[in-house]
Write a protein that binds this ligand. Structure first.
Ligand SMILES: [Zn+2]
Length: 471
């Protein structure tokens, strides 16, 4: 039994001075001067009570691992000398002496291979992840330690003599199996971070979860290391994991990754979508280029869409297809946080004709397209209040506004974090009697928070009526 709990003197839906009475994990009543509960009371001191935020796209294990990693990209590292220093100063992540780097981008020292990494650091096994998450770069010691020379995997890049170059593309599970620990990192720290930010539900968008990764996610949801609700896109078609009783795990659409570097195979894509749809399941398709979006829409033209089909990132959306997204009933799950995190790099490196099409928000909403926001952490900033501020201001690191006409109002940006995990872009959840008590109590009224979004103003956070963070 969780029992009773009252939040007093709170602002709910713009009305101040209200009490929110919680019984057995649900909001039972909202009113003025409710009778004392048989349980705890929290004085909100006029702060707003909101539904808990939902991060509709992130990667939990990568996020947990990034907490134990050395930053290998801007602003910490800008050139080869910086990178060599960062690697040599990095603590090993385990007894095998491994160094794990994240956030790398080619502006630091080009696309790395084993020989180049050896010149920067050869003493210990090093693996550096590209900030897109699509590529790992290993030095020679790491290649030897993992035995990748003998591994037949399409992601292991080889030179003309058949030797691994040190580049491993989209093969996280194959790589992890060959690392000393061999199992995914625990999620306790990530769960705490998310709670502190006011996030009460997450969608893990990692594609094709290996059995060990899936089991680890389910276990950490069951044992409370991850207190948030968990929606999974990476459960392979044809398999349905049965969550343990009382856990908050659900299976969502099936994640399909369209390659960033080459045009996707239209027929193969159509086959996959048809197969997943025939299981009664929607798809969630990763698209970060103009070309991949056009091919995806061509595939949907042929095989049709079902409710719940979504496009992840939609980093570049040409104006002429906005209406098509609306007609097809597709949901866009995007990340304006990238504008704040690397917008100056986009300005320098993305074709200028694509700038108006980058991480659209306002034009999608105005056209009636369902829009959800998310972090894509650890590849984008995790803090939802940072992402909300980025959706509102669209300022790059240097303060330049990128895509002025795509700015959205603060309340709409917040709403894009409030829809339920199984309907991102749908009707925002509200604090009202009957709903699960997944709640965020702010230190300030909502208007003040939205005027200057800052996670420091998150006070208390509850999931199912249980306090998971108390600031
Ligand atoms: Zn992602």
């Amino acid at each position: 039994m969780i029992g009773e709990f009252v939040i007093r003197n709170a602002e709910v839906a713009g009305r101040p001075g209200l009490d929110v009475w919680i019984v057995d994990g649900r909001v039972a009543e909202i009113g003025v001067g409710l009778r004392p509960p048989r349980g705890d009371t929290l004085d909100a001191r006029g702060g707003a009570v909101l539904p808990g935020l939902v991060d509709h796209h992130l990667h939990l294990h990568a996020l947990a691992a990034s907490r134990m990693s050395v930053r290998c990209g801007p602003p910490d590292v800008r050139g080869p000398d910086d990178l060599a220093r960062a690697l040599s100063e990095a603590e090993s992540e385990d007894d095998g002496g491994w160094v794990r780097g994240v956030g790398y981008v080619e502006t630091v020292a080009g696309l790395l291979d084993a020989a180049m990494l050896d010149r920067l650091h050869s003493a210990r096994p090093v693996r550096v992840q590209h900030r897109s998450g699509a590529l790992w770069m290993l030095n020679s010691a790491a290649l030897r330690a993992t035995g990748l020379v003998d591994v037949r995997h399409p992601g292991v890049e080889r030179d003309s003599e058949g030797q691994p170059t040190g580049r491993v593309w989209r093969a996280d599970d194959a790589l992890r199996e060959r690392l000393p620990s061999g199992k995914p990192p625990g999620l306790a720290g990530v769960g705490r971070d998310l709670a502190r930010l006011g996030v009460t539900a997450v969608t893990d968008a990692t594609p094709d979860l290996a059995p060990g990764s899936l089991a680890a996610l389910m276990a950490d949801a069951a044992n409370g290391q991850l207190p948030q609700r968990l929606h999974l896109l990476g459960v392979p078609p044809g398999s349905t994991p049965v969550p343990e009783r009382g856990t908050r795990v659900t299976v969502g659409p099936y994640k399909i990754v369209l390659a960033d570097s080459e045009p996707p195979d239209l027929v193969g894509l159509m086959d996959t979508i048809t197969r997943v749809h025939s299981e009664g399941r929607a798809v969630a398709v990763h698209s970060v280029t103009r070309e991949s979006l056009m091919i995806l829409l061509a595939a949907f033209d042929e095989v049709g869409c079902v409710p719940g089909d979504r496009i992840e990132h939609a980093s570049i959306v040409p104006a002429e297809v906005v209406g098509v997204l609306r007609e097809r009933g597709l949901t866009i799950v995007t990340q304006p946080g990238f504008i704040a995190d690397r917008g100056d790099d986009y300005r320098a490196r993305v074709d200028e004709r694509d700038h108006p099409d980058l991480y659209r928000c306002r034009s999608l909403l105005d056209a009636g397209v369902a829009l959800a926001l998310s972090s894509d952490a650890p590849y984008g900033p995790l803090d939802p209040w940072t992402v909300i501020a980025a959706a509102v201001g669209r300022r790059t690191e240097s303060g330049v506004v990128l895509g002025e006409s795509e700015r959205i109002d603060p309340p709409r940006a917040l709403e894009a974090y409030l829809a339920p995990p199984d309907n991102p872009g749908g009707v925002p959840r509200r604090v009202r009697p009957g709903v699960s008590a997944d709640l965020v109590v702010l230190d300030v009224p909502l208007r003040e928070m939205l005027g200057s979004p800052d996670s420091a103003a998150v006070g208390t956070v509850l999931v199912d009526g249980r306090v998971v963070y108390a600031g």
